[in-house]
Write a protein that binds this ligand. Structure first.
Ligand SMILES: CC(C)(COP(=O)(O)OP(=O)(O)OC[C@H]1O[C@@H](n2cnc3c(N)ncnc32)[C@H](O)[C@@H]1OP(=O)(O)O)[C@@H](O)C(=O)NCCC(=O)NCCS
Length: 318
């Protein structure tokens, strides 16, 4: 047996993102369910979210975000040899989303697979891309987080309807002479498997909000700290902290417990809602676009959600 040529490290060349054009405000939701703008903003932090129309799928959104990341990376579609899509809301389970995204972007015959780790999915997929590049199994990888959660939400259930939304974010990962994607810290709490669940194909998403809230605000800052430690980075050196955009109170609690006061904290949930596997790349891509973070700075990514699953790693911002 021979081991293929390996790369010393991998890096994100570029991010891209996409949001559907339909804006749904809290006041819009309050017209049909017993909720209000004040409650949603104070308990969750969301002002508005984007919802994809009937004709726009998670594949369509992935293509938009993936196409932008690809264009910004300077690579051609034909340079990509692996496509990984993180999603927990595929319109159909067969075939996978990754193969369709690759085909429509003109990426010929890449490895193509989906990752379902719910809201932690992008960080899992990024870790898989990093491993594939470093082991020599792939040269250039397109990693996408895309979700159309709106199709799994009961729009009369105020416990979930005010939280979840649609969107996509993507990154292109390539080889690097120095590591620019740190070791992943990943894990799960399967004893809470039913805290966020879609029971069967006729059900909507159900969530035990307080169980998830308690877990997220107590179990995840050690994961964040470990991801920094494993990358040899002190939290005080972070330029950005980009946690999953689940709830502004969760984001701020983890950020405070992490001790990275100097970092720019992603608060994309305010205008994007909770877009599950899309939220981390969507938030960071928008921070880069707005010039809130500089190329070369270190960002800690932290995904967490149904499963319950979690994953985090430090990356160099492209
Ligand atoms: C879902 C969540 C926002 C609910 O907030 P909460 O503070 O736990 O709210 P509770 O469920 O305790 O409800 C508090 C009150 O608000 C009411 N309420 C619940 N949803 C409401 C809504 N959308 N609008 C207005 N009132 C609402 C409840 O009925 C309850 O009223 P009561 O005190 O008269 O009984 C919160 O638990 C949460 O964010 N959990 C984490 C979920 C998460 O991050 N999931 C994604 C992980 S990927």
């Amino acid at each position: 047996m021979r081991i293929p040529e390996a790369a010393p490290g991998s890096k994100v060349l570029a991010f891209g993102h996409y949001q559907p054009s339909d804006v749904v405000t809290n006041d819009d939701l309050a017209k049909t369910i017993a909720t209000n703008d004040e409650w949603i903003q104070s308990r969750v932090g969301i002002k508005e979210r984007r919802i994809a129309p009937a004709g726009e799928s998670e594949v369509d959104m992935a293509i938009q975000a993936g196409g932008k990341a690809l264009a910004a990376s300077g690579l051609a579609a034909t340079d990509i040899d692996l496509v990984i899509v993180a999603t927990c809301t595929p319109e159909s389970t067969i075939p996978n989303v990754a193969g369709r995204v690759a085909h429509r972007l003109g990426i010929g015959a890449p490895g193509a697979f989906d990752v379902n780790a719910a809201c932690a999915g992008f960080c899992y997929a990024l870790a898989a891309a990093d491993s594939a590049v470093r082991s020599g199994s792939a040269r250039n990888v397109l990693v996408v987080g895309t979700e159309k959660l709106s199709q799994w939400i009961d729009w009369t259930d105020r416990a979930t309807a005010v939280i979840f939304a649609d969107g996509a974010g993507a990154a292109v990962v390539s080889r690097s002479e120095t590591p620019a994607i740190g070791p992943v810290v990943w894990g799960s709490a399967g004893d809470k498997y039913d805290a966020i669940i879609i029971k069967d194909r006729d059900s909507f998403l159900h969530q035990e909000g307080q169980t998830v809230f308690r877990w997220a605000t107590t179990a995840l800052h050690p994961v964040a700290k470990e991801a920094c430690e494993r990358a040899g980075v002190d939290p005080s050196e972070l330029a950005a902290f980009v946690p999953h955009q689940a709830n502004l109170r969760i984001i701020e609690t983890i950020a405070r417990k992490l001790g990275a006061e100097q970092a720019v904290i992603a608060r994309d949930i305010v205008l994007a809602g909770n877009t599950s596997a899309a939220s981390v790349p969507l938030a960071l891509s928008r921070m880069i676009e707005r010039g809130e973070v500089q190329s070369g700075g270190l960002a800690l990514l932290l995904g967490f959600g149904a499963g319950l699953t979690y994953a985090g790693q430090v990356i160099e911002i492209p």
